[in-house]
Design a protein around this ligand. Structure first.
Ligand SMILES: Cc1ncc(COP(=O)(O)O)c(C=O)c1O
Length: 412
């Protein structure tokens, strides 16, 4: 369809996010010598010369339309399950009720394996395949593991996944269903990460833990590119993002920086709000205390909002920097309020959010009240997974079709 995306990469090098040290991208690298996340850097001048907004507009409506901003050296390296553009759904009834400005839900639940994790995993698995990797391992809260298992199956790569034993049952089964070796760990995601690190040394797996390699973030960056293009290259006032490891927050900000450097967007940036739980809010706590990093893991991290249950994110410094540089902040929400709001939104607007997506709505509502968001602003809330990934309450009234029916009695 239209102008096909090209067969070339504009990557110049990899860069240590802490020291700025440069590394070649000639092989699959993990963290820098300083032990910090590596970021992919591009020759943005060359990239700018290779693509126009008009050319982009004619491309197929999927994530690969942004290939120039991705690290793949060739279209042939793409491992895809059909990563379509996700819609921006307005919430007009709830917006009017709250007296709010425009509320748009970026519904990432439409993506393969039902979550936004497919963006980052699609790019990282594509890169791993290009480098001839045979076996990938990862710790997960559930959705990333499901995406890894599916994309590895697609690529013909083996996968091994470790999840906390109380991760959503559907995602654990989904991981196993796609053929990954699936382990339930009696601990949190950081404990799963420690097991992956130990196994990687022994087994020679490729460790695809959040921010311990540079490519997942590039896939997540497409959320920012896509959002900018969908809104006519004018960014919203504020973005609410359910933040666990923080790849989306960092990835979107990177997209805005690259588009800004190319002159594709003006100086205006959205305030980036990290949404966490009162039962696991390490980034919010560190931000409010004025720290540059999370000083100690959050305990006990027992939130029901699984995606944000990361006691000490590896990319904490990058997340806090994005929150600060954007003029944003952190917002902790009450789990019970989130569970109630999810049902409220499903009934009022027909939009079935994940628990993490509902957390963004609750954070938005509380910050509208606190005054940190104003009534004239356009807000984008990220729904990072399909509502169907989370458990629903029992429902339905049983009837005996052999007996007379009383239609005035309805179910719950
Ligand atoms: C549905 C959902 N929302 C949000 C998150 C957090 O994403 P990130 O790691 O980019 O902070 C996750 C991660 O597990 C998730 O599955």
């Amino acid at each position: 369809m239209g102008d096909p995306s090209p067969n070339a990469s504009f990557v110049s090098h990899l860069e240590c996010s802490r020291t700025g040290a440069r590394y070649s991208h000639d092989r699959f690298r993990f963290v820098s010598d300083a032990g910090a996340p590596l970021l992919v850097r591009y020759d943005l001048e060359a990239l700018k010369g290779a693509i126009t907004k008009e050319k982009l507009a004619g491309r197929a409506p999927d994530m690969w339309r942004y290939l120039e901003w991705l690290p793949l050296a060739s279209r042939d390296d793409i491992v895809s399950l059909g990563e379509q553009i996700t819609p921006l759904l307005p919430l007009p009834r709830l917006g009017a009720e709250l007296g709010a400005g425009e509320i748009l839900v970026k519904d990432e639940g439409r993506l393969p394996t039902g979550s936004f994790k497919s963006r980052g995993i699609a790019v990282a698995v594509s890169m791993a395949k290009a480098f001839g990797v045979k076996h990938i391992a990862m710790p997960t809260a559930g959705n990333a593991g499901a995406a890894l298992a599916a994309y590895c199956a697609r690529a013909g790569i083996e996968s091994t996944v470790f999840c906390p034993d109380d991760a959503p049952e559907i995602t654990i089964r989904e991981i196993a269903y796609h053929g990954a070796r699936t382990y339930r760990v009696n601990g949190l995601i950081n404990h799963c990460g420690e097991i992956v690190a130990a196994g990687t040394e022994e087994m020679g797996w490729l460790d695809l833990s959040t921010l311990k390699e540079p490519y997942r973030i590039e896939g997540k960056k497409t959320m920012g590119l896509e959002l900018a293009e969908q809104l006519g290259w004018a960014l919203p006032d504020v973005i609410f993002y359910p933040t666990g490891g923080g790849t989306g927050l960092i990835g979107m900000w990177k997209a805005f920086e690259e588009l800004g450097a190319m002159g594709w967007i003006g100086a205006k940036r959205p305030r980036m709000v990290a949404v966490q739980s009162t039962r696991c809010g390490p980034l919010v706590k560190a931000f409010d205390a004025g720290h540059d990093e999370v000083m100690e893991p959050w305990e006990p991290a027992d939130t029901l909002i699984h995606g944000v249950r990361v006691p000490k994110p590896f990319g904490d410094r990058l997340c806090l920097k994005v929150m600060r540089d954007s003029g944003g902040f952190g917002s902790m929400v009450d789990d019970e309020e989130v569970i109630a709001a999810r049902a409220e939104i499903a009934r009022a607007e027909g939009v079935h959010l994940s628990i993490e997506g509902a957390a963004c709505f609750v954070a938005f509502r509380q910050e509208l009240k606190s005054g940190r968001v104003s009534k004239s602003e356009r807000a984008v809330l990220f729904n990072c997974a399909s509502g169907l990934k989370a458990e629903l309450p029992p429902a339905g009234t049983r009837i005996d079709r052999h007996k007379p029916l009383d239609f005035t009695k309805s179910g719950p």
